[in-house]
Design a protein around this ligand. Structure first.
Ligand code: SF4
Length: 360
């Protein structure tokens, strides 16, 4: 009997780690000959269908993720959906329990006919490195050749590094992702200086999902505000940021929150800090509390926004506008104060006259 050809189609939900890791997955799976099917961008329906599956207290990103799984199940030809369990991304650095238990959560709440392609990354356990994780992800497809897997991972890193280079150069997330997936690196000349700069502190799944964050980048852009995020920083800068808040790295997403905030709080070019977190997120509520205390100490303006599936856009915009308006007023009054101090402190050069008088 002829051997049946393995179905190398993999569905990837546009949620959770997608926003940080997809360039890698794209390079990796494509190099192994997979056809990748992504779920559609988040809509109201994605949110409401995902929310209906879990208790209200569950955070919004998880509800959205579940909605994306349903979206993939409804796509023709998608039987295998990639749901990694990212336990620990470095020794003793852990993800929150919801991210760690994602495959179990999906399995328990969605009783449809599909295969969960589950792989566990736990760098706190000996011998559980990236290659073991990748091998586990492709084993259900009959791919076991470790050399092939390592080569494919190189391709993954290539796409990911190109993406990161563009993000660090200040290119928008959408453009950087599109170009990286097309194998291109685009570097634009940086001419877009704006009167106000803010640091947006959040997880990728909160701010790069346009529906979840209600297009916060577009809204700030329309207010002539330049936005900085964790993706513009190096690991070293975020490590220093964590230390400057007197903390040690524990949570996997501590870089995105404490590390990024710690860095930008010390940066004089940054006029204010905006944190955006999902209602009910335990790790974020701890981290934001610390950031807020440091912002007060350093007299840096800070706005803390919380989102859930009921967050209304009107209230969101009002708070954002009021904050940015305050930053503009603060900046104007500082400029005026600096000008008046210079005038007030101006002293004519008297030493020449004095020396003339002394000579006489
Ligand atoms: S870190 Fe917070 S927002 Fe992210 S999955 Fe965990 S609880 Fe939800």
């Amino acid at each position: 009997m002829a051997k049946q050809k393995q179905d190398l189609t993999i569905g990837i939900p546009r949620g959770m780690s997608f926003y940080g890791n997809y360039p890698f997955w794209h390079g990796f799976f494509s190099a192994l000959g997979f056809k990748i099917v992504l779920s559609d961008p988040t809509t109201k329906q994605t949110m409401s269908e995902g929310s209906a599956l879990v208790v209200t207290e569950t955070c919004l990103p998880i509800k959205i993720y579940l909605g994306h799984i349903l979206n993939l199940i409804n796509k023709k030809g998608v039987k295998n959906i990639f749901v990694p369990s990212l336990q620990s991304i470095a020794p003793k650095i852990y993800n929150c329990s919801k991210i760690r238990g994602l495959p179990d959560l999906v399995r328990n709440v969605i009783k449809e006919d599909f295969n969960i392609i589950e792989a566990t990354l736990d760098k706190s356990i000996k011998k559980q490195g990236l290659y073991e994780f990748l091998a586990e992800a492709v084993a259900p497809f009959g791919i076991t050749d470790m050399e092939k897997i390592k080569l494919a991972s190189k391709q993954g890193w290539k796409v990911y590094n190109n993406f990161l280079v563009m993000m660090r150069a200040g290119i928008s997330y959408k453009k950087a992702l599109k170009n990286a997936l097309e194998g291109k690196v685009l570097i634009e000349s940086q001419v877009d200086s704006k009167p106000i700069s803010v640091a947006l502190i959040s997880h990728g799944y909160n701010i790069y999902d346009e529906r979840a964050c209600m297009k916060i980048f577009d809204k700030l852009e329309a207010m002539d505000v330049k936005v900085f995020t964790s993706l513009q920083l190096t690991d070293e800068q975020m490590d220093e940021g964590i230390s400057s808040l007197g903390q040690k790295r524990y949570w996997a997403n501590e870089y995105e929150m404490t590390g990024t905030a710690g860095h930008y709080l010390k940066d004089n070019k940054i006029d204010g800090i905006i944190t955006l977190n999902a209602f009910g997120c335990g790790p974020d509520s701890l981290m934001i509390e610390r950031i807020m205390r440091k912002a007060k100490e350093l007299n840096k303006p800070m706005l803390s926004l919380t989102i859930d599936e009921h967050t209304g856009e009107a209230g969101f915009i009002t708070r954002l506008e009021a904050f940015i308006d305050m930053l503009y007023r603060k900046k104007r009054s500082k400029i005026i104060k600096d000008i008046s101090i210079t005038e007030y402190e101006f002293k004519p050069q008297t030493n020449i006259c004095e020396s003339v008088l002394l000579d006489n």
